[in-house]
Design a protein around this ligand. Structure first.
Ligand SMILES: [Zn+2]
Ligand SMILES: [Zn+2]
Length: 257
């Protein structure tokens, strides 16, 4: 598996060292996205600690009502930016158009959000695990965008020895879950993941960070977290480059019609 992933990682590393214009504003500098544009993301927004959705500015609690009512499997969620333009089109280019250099761009706000969430670095995870693709999807795409993001993050922060991509496997793809009701989603995603039997010792008692490009409903990541916790992980945090915002009230009503 490592050998198969090596060409994408090598290409990514080479591209990361080249000076470039900011992918968002065009300023010529050494980063793929300039500091100003990273700051212009929604990093300062108040988000629910458990699911990453926006909280009202005047909210007293640090978690939303939905997470109060239905506590997710993940202990915490850290998000780089909302899944809105221009970031959403960059995620699309990373995922569907092999623009692997974007892994660095898309990781920058997430890395900053992780540092903000734990300034002392004392609660950093023991293991970093990208959400896996199924073998068929991986063959079709040639790479796993979650692995590229996790690798970039681990490389930047000096955690490469904590990155493990063969520990969690995906037995099946689940398709789009967004339009489904909560129980339909849970039934569809159930048993999609497994911890490799020979890797169980690696997760036992460990704090795991799961990495993915986008958190939409959270069903996929929460099922992966459930499987890791069942295998003995002490806790699971989700790290997502992007978070799909909750639909506005009017959109929600139209969707329900
Ligand atoms: Zn810029
Ligand atoms: Zn929440």
């Amino acid at each position: 598996m490592l050998n198969l992933l090596a060409p994408a990682a090598k290409r990514l590393s080479a591209l990361c060292c080249m000076p470039s214009a900011c992918r968002l504003c065009g300023t010529w500098q050494s980063q793929s996205v300039c500091e100003g544009c990273v700051k212009g993301t929604t990093l300062s927004a108040r988000r629910c600690h458990r699911c990453g959705l926006h909280l009202k500015e005047d909210a007293i609690e640090s978690i939303c009502q939905s997470c109060e009512d239905y506590p997710p499997e993940m202990d915490a969620v850290v998000v780089g930016f909302d899944f809105v333009p221009p970031w959403s089109s960059m995620i699309g280019a990373l995922k569907f158009r092999s623009d692997v250099a974007l892994a660095r761009v898309l990781t920058a706000p997430l890395a900053q959000a992780i540092r903000q969430s734990d300034p002392t670095g004392r609660q950093m995870p023991d293991l970093i695990i990208p959400i896996p693709l199924s073998a068929s999807r991986w063959q079709e795409r040639g790479y796993n965008q979650a692995w590229l993001l996790a690798h970039q993050l681990a490389r930047e922060c000096g955690w490469l020895n904590r990155l493990h991509h063969g520990t969690l496997i995906r037995r099946q793809e689940t398709g789009r879950l967004m339009q489904m009701q909560r129980d339909q989603r849970e039934a569809r995603i159930r048993h999609a993941f497994a911890v490799q039997p020979e890797e169980i010792h690696r997760v036992q008692g460990q704090h795991v960070a799961l990495v993915d490009d986008v958190m939409t409903t959270g069903a996929t990541a929460n099922e992966a977290a459930r499987v890791l916790l069942q295998a003995g992980a002490a806790s699971v945090t989700g790290w997502f480059a992007a978070r799909t915002p909750a639909p506005k009230l009017g959109q929600r009503e139209r969707a329900a019609q």
